[in-house]
Design a protein around this ligand. Structure first.
Ligand code: FES
Ligand SMILES: [Fe+2]
Length: 332
């Protein structure tokens, strides 16, 4: 990369591909912009601004008919390019108004996920999309969740290894050493992201843990216990509004190189992971409430080093256009 992009000039996951179906359009938000997704007449997932150009009614409250999106207020219909193709109240001798057009957003479907470009549509570049990847021999589970918090709180949560404490009765149960003390290695910084390695004080465990924060809001954590248990967790975080974020989790595992054992391990882990996510949802909602009341983080420890570095990195790339609302200020 040559020049610094802001976090808006990127692809963000909004939905799983198979969620976009039938006559109900899907509503979403990306960096404060209301969006609507549906499948057009060619079966492609398309994404439009979620406001009818007629009277600003949300198009997501309408219906999909024959690959066209019909607004529920006066029944205007739009195709996948955002063009108005029908107005029920218009006699045949009248033409459709030129301005009856909805902005579209570039969309890609990769790995069963619908990704939408958040920046200037003319700058959308599919080569900038980073999709989750796992080495051969891994099995993985994928999950989408909604969090009632600013995206910065959620990304900080994802790089915050010490918050395993919150998950001592869920995700941390199979990995009790993770509740112990640790040191960070040097943290490597580039415009593309950060990378650090963590060493547990208790060396007997034989755990290697690498944490990466990647442009724009991806967090990838690779854990390796003596080359036998390998877990890669990749999180993609989508800023929706100043108090709402969406998180996609892709958890890959390889246990003892055995497909059977790995699939069993994933089955055991899945409910613990779901419990962990609900613990995060509660914690982040409560944290957001405090931040909205004007509280800021006033203290940090050496074990927070990655999180603090991440926050510096993020602020450099967030143009802050949307985030003046209460809650925008993340912990120092
Ligand atoms: S507001 Fe959508 S058709 Fe009138
Ligand atoms: Fe968590």
């Amino acid at each position: 990369m040559t020049s610094l992009r802001t976090l808006r000039e990127a692809w963000y996951p909004l939905l799983f591909d198979d969620e976009v179906k039938g006559s109900r359009p899907c509503s979403a938000e990306l960096w404060g912009q209301p969006l609507v997704l549906f499948r057009d007449a060619r079966g492609r997932v398309v994404c439009l601004e979620d406001a009818c150009p007629h009277r600003c009614f949300p198009l997501s409250a309408g219906q999909v008919r024959g690959g066209e999106l019909q607004c529920n207020y006066h029944g205007w219909r739009f195709d996948g390019e955002g063009r108005c193709v029908h107005i029920p109240s218009l006699t045949e001798r009248r033409s459709l108004p030129q301005a009856a057009r909805v902005e579209t957003r570039p969309t890609l479907v990769r790995q069963r996920v619908v990704w939408v470009w958040a920046g200037d549509p003319s700058a959308a570049d599919p080569s900038l999309l980073e999709v989750p990847d796992f080495p051969p021999g891994y099995h993985h589970m994928d999950q989408r969740d909604e969090f009632e918090c600013h995206y910065a709180l959620l990304t900080q949560n994802a790089v915050d290894i010490a918050h395993f404490f919150l998950h001592r009765r869920s995700v941390a149960l199979p990995f009790p050493p993770m509740l112990g003390s640790f040191e960070w290695s040097e943290i490597q910084w580039s415009d593309e992201g950060l990378r650090g390695e963590l060493t547990l004080a208790d060396a007997r465990v034989g755990l290697r843990l690498q944490v990466e924060a990647r442009f724009p809001t991806t967090v990838r954590i690779e854990a390796d216990v003596r080359g036998v248990i390998r877990v890669i967790s990749q999180y993609h975080i989508t800023p929706m509004s100043p108090s709402r974020s969406r998180g996609f989790s892709f958890i890959g595992m390889n246990v003892a190189g055995s497909s059977l054992v790995t699939r069993l391990a994933l089955q055991v882990f899945q409910p613990l992971f779901s419990k962990g996510v609900s613990e995060d949802k509660t914690a982040l909602r409560l944290q957001q409430e405090r931040v909205e009341k004007g509280f800021t983080s006033r203290a940090a420890a050496a074990s927070d080093r990655f999180l603090l570095t991440y926050e510096k990195w993020r602020r450099r790339l967030d143009d802050g256009r949307l985030w003046h609302a209460p809650g925008a200020r993340a912990p120092e």
